[in-house]
Design a protein around this ligand. Structure first.
Ligand code: NAG
Ligand code: NAG
Ligand code: NAG
Ligand code: NAG
Ligand code: NAG
Length: 289
């Protein structure tokens, strides 16, 4: 978990991977998952020069890091990539594709049982789905299917989060896309139905004000864990499949509920703007969100 979070953070800050090729280890994936790099070898999103120490100290599972030597943007800078830059991006991309397949193969369930899009199996399925859509190479669609199959097998009976990133709905969304690409319309219908039922439960809870009638904490609005992440699921499905998988009026109702919650929190704190508490930092509020 810590490992995949670090990798995620490194990736999102674009600090990934530097010098020459790092061999993929033969160590069992489970050991790699449990291993934590030495502090000086962990990716530091605020300090791009740090990770360069990594290969010297630990080797695998040292996270790949990249120091960006490009000059800062100034008005009028040429934003086009050169052929050399494109080749570098391609090289790093192929290393990451290798990394995930070997370090976190589709059969591997982490000790945390993480099935999520955000940090777990469904995220790897989505990653390879996107690589497939970009390359049209069937190998990646097959890998994507293997990851989502394990994710589906790992799903607990009870839903934990309403959102795309952490919840069952995210796993079902990715599963429906992969089923669609496999021409498996029964699969598509099954996963849509699960998601539609989840939306219906939340919509009913909102309409009847019986907020405890769903497995979710409906006071959590955040995109990663809460209701705006459910909303994201509906918008993504409707756009990806270009049809109304989720009733727009249900999306509208959930949107109003999220807005009302932000208004109420703002008012309670004496403000006339929307406020949302950050789930991970109690007492910390985001404006608007
Ligand atoms: C980044 O890390 C290096 C190596 O530890 C250190 O010398 C440097 O001061 C750090 N820079 C920042 C901006 O923290
Ligand atoms: C960047 O690429 C675009 C599309 O190929 C091209 O039209 C444009 O002239 C390029 N700009 C520069 C500054 O090279
Ligand atoms: C598809 O991807 C696999 C795995 O990276 C690779 O071995 C194979 O050569 C690729 N196929 C094509 C046609 O590019
Ligand atoms: C799905 O059907 C299309 C159109 O018949 C076909 O080109 C494609 O190969 C099929 N996909 C799979 C994964 O079988
Ligand atoms: C949206 O909420 C309103 C008010 O609670 C309700 O009347 C309406 O049926 C809901 N729309 C849908 C599509 O469920």
């Amino acid at each position: 978990m810590a490992m995949s979070k670090c990798v995620f953070i490194c990736l999102s800050f674009g600090l990934v991977l530097g010098s020459e090729s790092y061999p993929i280890s033969n160590t069992e994936p489970a050991d790699l998952v449990n291993a934590t790099p030495a502090p000086q070898d962990q990716c530091m999103p605020t300090n791009a020069s740090m990770p360069i120490e990594c290969p010297a100290h630990v080797g695998p599972p040292c996270p790949y890091c990249y120091t960006n030597y490009e000059s800062d943007y100034t008005t009028g800078s040429n934003l086009n990539f050169t052929d050399t830059e494109l080749a570098t991006i391609e090289l790093h991309m192929s290393r990451w594709i290798e990394y995930w397949q070997h370090r976190y193969p589709p059969t591997l369930v982490e000790p945390s049982g993480d099935y999520s899009v955000f940090t777990g199996l469904a995220g790897r399925a989505q990653l390879f789905l996107r690589v497939y859509l970009y390359t049209n190479n069937d190998t990646y669609l097959q890998l994507s299917k293997q990851y989502i199959t394990t994710a589906l097998q790992t799903l607990p009976q009870k839903q934990e989060y309403s959102s795309y990133f952490y919840g069952h709905v995210g796993v079902w969304t990715v599963a429906s896309m992969i089923s669609y690409l496999y021409n498996d319309s029964d699969g598509v219908m099954t996963y849509w139905k699960n998601i539609q039922n989840t939306f219906a439960e939340v919509n009913t809870a909102i309409e009847t004000k019986e907020y405890n009638s769903t497995p979710f904490d409906l006071s959590v609005d955040a995109l990663d864990q809460g209701l705006s992440g459910l909303l994201y699921t509906g918008m993504l499905l409707n756009e990806w499949f270009a049809e109304q998988v989720i009733d727009p009026n249900v999306l509208k109702n959930i949107t109003y509920f999220i807005i009302s919650s932000g208004v109420a929190t703002g008012q309670a704190l004496g403000h006339d703007w929307l406020m949302y508490q950050t789930p991970n930092v109690p007492g910390c509020y985001d404006w608007g969100m």
